[in-house]
Design a protein around this ligand. Structure first.
Ligand code: NAG
Ligand code: NAG
Length: 419
């Protein structure tokens, strides 16, 4: 539908944004001119019975006039709806209502479909390029429009936290923007592998939109179950993680790698805090991608400053990796997304998908709020038919100091070669 309309403009399907846009604008213009004329015509010619009645009646019947006015208004309203529908069809997006007021122009430009210049591409079979944006963006259209309001080729507003807010509301992926991200001078980065443990300068991180403004504040906060003082690489527990066990549910990396007897070269760490798992793996020549958002702390920048690979993605997003590619997936309580059991199931299937046969899934101190939770998780894991190389249910005292004993499940599981 959209493609046909787009070609009316100049009769060609040339790949030029200006052409596509101007034909779209042309159509809208023509439509509005026609519809305006139609209103006028309608006002004078419709309901001839009533009209003549009015004309022949010397008394101006007010209720009749208001009836007509309301009919005309109704017609205008329905024309506006038709116009919005046409615009939607031109853009090809049914889910994002670009007809509502205050929708940023840049959003419309971004969503515009582009016909391929030579028609159907024989290799991929596609005929047009479609911008990728999360369907739930519709729910947050006002925020999204705010996000897409900027000066083209100018500096972007300092609004990364607005972007993250959208992501957390399911607006993922975000639309691309044509503005320059706020520059941060990354002076004093250390060379690899010194960078893994060298304290990162506060000055090279972005603190806008974050409650804390320095490491001292961050390190006093329990950012998550996995990140208690996790930005302090010199003192505390962070530099002992994965190399020193403090409870029976802590496995050390060398023991786990020994189970795999070589062959662990690339891995994925889910909700990996400040990147320490990847750092310890890097020391063993294993490349690990760390998935994290910047919730209450500049995780992504910190991980990157350590010379590690941060992946800025929510857990609701399908992992952007191909099937059967990872030798190892590491996850801890961050895996728990709450809500319905199906949610965790979808996530587990995605983990299974990216893990190769023979690869390891290391579930690291998964917090089970109660026995029932542990049973549900166990049943779920067992359905995948993984070989249990390690399986430990332990309890330990809450690290944040509530003093209560809590149940944790740790396991190293090997993906079977299926079928
Ligand atoms: C005005 O028109 C309506 C409908 O034609 C009629 O019912 C009504 O009696 C009229 N009123 C006057 C004041 O003429
Ligand atoms: C990692 O690789 C380097 C360079 O190939 C090598 O010198 C080093 O021994 C390796 N380290 C480990 C722990 O395998």
């Amino acid at each position: 539908m959209g493609s046909v309309s787009l070609n009316i403009g100049d009769g060609t399907a040339k790949f030029k944004r200006a052409t596509v846009c101007s034909s779209a604008v042309n159509i809208l213009m023509i439509f509005s001119v026609i519809s305006t004329n139609l209103f006028a015509l309608y006002a004078f010619t419709s309901s001839p019975k009533h009209q003549s009645h009015v004309l022949h009646n010397t008394h101006k019947n007010f209720s009749l006039i208001s009836e007509h006015v309301s009919l005309i208004l109704k017609e205008i309203d329905s024309s506006q709806k038709k116009l919005a529908k046409m615009e939607k069809e031109l853009l090809g997006y049914e889910t994002i209502d670009i007809s509502r007021p205050n929708i940023a122009n840049e959003l419309k430009f971004f969503l515009q479909h582009h016909q391929l210049p030579l028609g159907k591409d024989s290799r991929t079979g596609i005929t047009e390029m479609v911008a990728s944006v999360g369907h739930s963006c519709e729910k947050s259209a006002d925020l999204l429009s705010q996000y897409m309001t900027y000066k083209v080729s100018g500096p972007c507003p300092d609004d990364w936290s607005l972007g993250q807010k959208l992501i957390l509301r399911g607006c993922e992926p975000l639309p691309r923007r044509r503005c320059f991200a706020k520059p941060v001078s990354k002076v004093g980065l250390s060379p690899f592998p010194i960078s893994l443990w060298k304290p990162v300068s506060e000055k090279i991180l972005t603190w806008s939109g974050i409650g804390c403004k320095n490491f001292e504040c961050l390190n006093k906060k329990k950012l998550s179950r996995e990140c208690v003082g996790c930005f302090d690489l010199a003192n505390g527990y962070e530099n002992q993680k994965y190399v020193k066990a403090t409870s029976k549910s802590d496995f050390v990396i060398d023991d786990v790698l020994a189970l795999a007897s070589g062959g662990i070269r690339i891995g994925f760490d889910i909700a990996g805090g400040s990147g320490t798992f990847a750092a310890r793996m890097a020391e063993r020549n294993v490349t690990v991608v760390t998935n994290t958002l910047n919730i209450d702390a500049p995780f992504s920048e910190f991980i990157a400053a350590r010379g590690l690979f941060p992946l800025y993605l929510s857990l609701d997003h399908r992992f952007p990796f191909y099937d059967n590619v990872f030798d190892l997936v590491h996850a801890s309580s961050g895996l728990d997304m709450g809500g319905k059991p199906e949610k965790l199931e979808f996530l587990m299937f995605d983990i299974d998908r990216i893990l190769r046969a023979g690869g390891l899934f290391w579930l690291d101190n998964f917090f089970c709020s109660d026995e029932e939770k542990k049973k549900t998780l166990t049943r779920l894991i067992e359905r995948f038919g993984y070989k249990k190389l390690k399986w430990v249910v332990g309890d330990k005292v809450d690290t944040a100091g509530s003093g209560k004993s809590e149940i944790y499940l740790s396991a190293v599981l090997q993906k079977p070669a299926r079928g």
